[in-house]
Design a protein around this ligand. Structure first.
Ligand code: UN1
Length: 513
């Protein structure tokens, strides 16, 4: 009833038999393992996709290696021109692609569109970047010598993406990699391969129109073993992985063992600090979007609220009036703010976390039910939960990828709140709501938030693409998207040129033969 078939048709999706794509061609073994993709909203069968084999993967790597030889020779601004065209195609397909994101992943339509907008934005950013892949020049200590540095294409970039941002996070990596002269191999989450298939179809139009070779943008659909193969593969100099800390640790260890580069963007356990100087109307909007937006399935989701004791009851009461009224339902339905979780396992994770945190002493204040009934039939809906808890609880220390918000009380100054905020293993996003500049600046200073993202009077989620995105500690340390995140996609070279007729040695060393 929500026109899913039309969306797939509009995007030219023939997902069956599509285990891999080299941009221009699709392939896969006849008798390959398959996986059926069901819509998280209603269990509707969307498509069945074939899973790539180890041979398929190897074939794709070889094609990518060939493509790299020509792609790296194209001037960067010309590569930017290709990315510009991809951005324009995404503008053309924003409506159906955004809808497919919503259907396959379960986020509400507004967020589905937002995700495609994020792709368009990074394309624009990458186009500009294609003329700004700057290195520095230095003054040599030796006469008539010139020193500078330059950045060269790196090679194949392996991209492992997660179900929750099935296409945007790929684009952060792929569009930067593309202007940097790299080719990429994308292993999407096995839960959301259809949006990836759709994107490959869109990209193909640009590759064909420009008569580019196959192998620049590759897709390999498969289970975890494809990611593992990429991590171990010396032909892949950079592996960029987004997902759980458990997955990222494995990838990081394997890539590290071969001294390759890993860009890791892993779990978050993001907190908002509310001091008594907060504008609570603003804070409420940020909290609710951060905690229940995308049904709590963003790596930047607000999981903890650290509240000054004097305003604790007021904040709690305001949330307790909002939460029971949250419009939960089909993500394509207008007015819905909370869609389903991705699958049954996620629902189980949500319920188990609530059971365990209560065993530890947490107090469930609202929500927590798994929703059944006609309007939820076939879907994975839950009632977002609020739990009064303490920061050291085992479950509070973990990232549960579901809408659970822990309320934590603090007293005695902002430093105590910051200590709680930093008192977890993850370090992705953080925020403070205060109109007091001393508190705000303390939060941003060197003894303040230890996260990769620290915001004032803005929530933890919904970052713009212009900044570097990523976090510290178990979040993995990688930075994607804006600022100078592009540098990890290139190899850096320092060059010293002697235009004198002497050969002076650095450090004044005398070495006459
Ligand atoms: C993620 O959840 O992996 O900042 C990415 C945000 C989005 C990206 C989230 N722009 O919430």
């Amino acid at each position: 009833k929500h026109g899913v078939r039309d969306v797939l048709r509009q995007l030219g999706i023939q997902a069956e038999n599509a285990a891999y794509s080299t941009g221009l061609h699709w392939g896969g073994a006849q008798n390959a393992k398959t996986r059926t993709i069901l819509a998280p909203a209603d269990g509707q069968r969307l498509a069945t996709v074939a899973m790539a084999t180890a041979e398929d993967y190897d074939q794709v790597v070889k094609t990518a290696q060939e493509a790299f030889k020509t792609w790296r020779l194209m001037p960067a601004p010309k590569r930017g021109e290709i990315v510009r065209q991809i951005g324009n195609k995404l503008r053309e397909y924003k409506e159906p692609l955004g809808k497919l994101v919503s259907v396959e992943m379960g986020k509400i339509l507004q967020e589905g569109y937002g995700e495609v907008q994020e792709m368009i934005d990074i394309c624009d950013f990458a186009v500009g970047l294609s003329r700004q892949l700057h290195g520095l020049t230095m003054h040599s200590e030796r006469p008539a010598h010139r020193m500078y540095e330059q950045y060269h294409p790196l090679g194949i970039v392996g991209i492992i993406s997660a179900f929750n941002f099935p296409v945007a996070v790929w684009s952060w990596n792929a569009m930067l990699a593309a202007v940097c002269g790299d080719v990429c191999i994308w292993k999407p989450s096995e839960k959301t391969p259809l949006t990836a298939v759709a994107v490959q179809h869109i990209i193909r139009e640009v590759l064909e129109a420009n008569e580019l070779p196959e192998g620049i943008f590759n897709l390999v659909i498969g289970e975890a073993e494809i990611g593992a193969a990429m991590a171990a593969d010396g032909r892949v100099p950079l592996v960029s992985a987004t997902g759980s800390t458990r997955m990222g640790r494995k990838v990081g260890e394997v890539v590290g063992a071969r001294l390759g580069r890993a860009l890791l963007e892993l779990g978050g356990n993001n907190a908002i600090i509310l001091t008594k100087n907060a504008d609570l109307d603003m804070a409420m909007r940020a909290i609710v979007f951060g905690a229940v937006g995308t049904a709590g399935q963003r790596c930047t989701t607000t999981r903890r609220l650290i509240i000054e004791d004097s305003i604790y009851e007021e904040v709690k009461n305001r949330l307790l009036t909002i939460y029971p009224k949250l419009p939960i339902g089909h993500p394509l339905q207008e007015g819905t703010l909370v869609g389903p979780l991705i699958d049954g396992d996620a629902v189980k994770g949500f319920s188990d976390a609530l059971t365990k945190v209560q065993e530890e002493g947490g107090k469930l204040l609202t929500g927590g039910q798994v929703l059944s009934g006609a309007e939820y039939h076939g879907g994975h809906y839950v009632q977002p939960a609020i739990v009064e808890a303490e920061n050291h609880y085992h479950m509070v220390q973990e990232e549960t990828f579901a809408p659970i918000l822990y309320l934590i009380k603090y007293s005695g100054g902002v430093d105590n709140a910051i200590e709680l905020q930093n008192g977890v293993k993850q370090g992705l996003s953080s925020s403070i709501f205060t109109l007091n500049m001393r508190e705000a600046e303390a939060f941003l200073a060197q003894a303040g938030s230890d996260c990769g993202i620290a915001n004032v009077n803005i929530g933890t989620s919904g970052a713009e693409i212009g900044g570097a995105f990523g976090g510290e500690k178990e979040t993995g340390g990688g930075r994607e998207s804006g600022s100078d995140a592009w540098k990890v996609y290139m190899r850096r070279q320092t060059n010293t040129i002697n235009y004198s007729d002497q050969l002076p040695l650095a450090q004044g060393i005398k070495f006459d033969v």
